[in-house]
Design a protein around this ligand. Structure first.
Ligand SMILES: CC(C)(COP(=O)(O)OP(=O)(O)OC[C@H]1O[C@@H](n2cnc3c(N)ncnc32)[C@H](O)[C@@H]1OP(=O)(O)O)[C@@H](O)C(=O)NCCC(=O)NCCS
Length: 201
């Protein structure tokens, strides 16, 4: 249902109890006191009237699917920003998670279910689409406009005001100096298109 980081200062409301959800029992680790296997059990044990959801899969396509599934089942999505993140915007959608050490400048906009990992920096007025993964140490310049389900790999960087299409993958360590078409994997410094990626359903 929701694994929210300990000590979150949640935009949608303070401290919270944590419950984990998975369809696969082998993926539910012992660290969780509360967990549900399958949506039926989640709804029964952690009902949408009392619990909010948050996505944690590293795969934006799975997160998109789970987000829709939980919304249709009646769950609202929480927004979790760690107190050790620097967040100079309140334009953060439901389901977003901002990790310790992340920095979000003035005017940044995150659509729903965006994950901003440790020590990532997002420059002023950059807008990221739903279900995007910003991995550790990513550096995004200001004024970037990025689509849905984009993966920014560890330590990658994107110059200011570039456009990034839906389902693009910016590979770890690459530096993007030009606009990125949808469904492309960008590799290297400066980054070039490696190959297409099948469109998501
Ligand atoms: C780009 C990426 C998606 C490619 O993954 P993949 O399709 O499994 O690719 P492979 O590992 O099979 O590598 C294929 C080729 O691309 C090259 N390549 C892969 N990643 C690369 C990178 N970041 N920079 C430069 N070249 C890269 C490999 O060397 C290999 O080259 P070769 O065919 O000449 O031997 C992946 O490497 C990546 O960067 N993912 C981001 C992961 C991430 O940040 N996760 C965060 C977890 S917290």
């Amino acid at each position: 249902v929701a694994r929210i980081l300990n000590d979150v200062s949640s935009i949608s409301g303070g401290q919270c109890e944590i419950a984990a959800f998975s369809d696969d029992p082998s993926r539910v680790s012992a660290e969780f006191g509360n967990f549900a296997v399958g949506l039926d059990q989640a709804v029964r044990d952690f009902p949408p009237s009392h619990w909010q959801a948050i996505g944690c899969s590293g795969d934006p396509v799975s997160r998109d699917r789970l987000y829709r599934r939980f919304r249709e089942t009646g769950y609202a999505f929480a927004t979790a920003c760690h107190p050790n993140a620097t967040v100079l915007t309140d334009n953060i959608g439901p389901g977003c998670v901002v990790f310790p050490g992340a920095r979000l400048a003035v005017g940044v906009r995150l659509a729903e279910d965006v994950l901003v990992n440790f020590n990532a920096t997002i420059g002023h007025y950059t807008a990221l689409g739903a279900h995007t993964n910003v991995n550790p140490g990513v550096q995004l310049g200001g004024g970037i406009c990025s689509g849905e389900r984009v993966v920014f790999g560890i330590g990658s960087s994107v110059l200011p005001r570039k456009k990034v299409g839906d389902d693009a993958v910016i590979s770890a360590g690459s530096a993007v100096w030009r606009d990125v078409p949808a469904r492309c994997t960008m590799v290297g410094v400066p980054a070039v298109v490696r190959r297409g990626r099948p469109p998501t359903a």
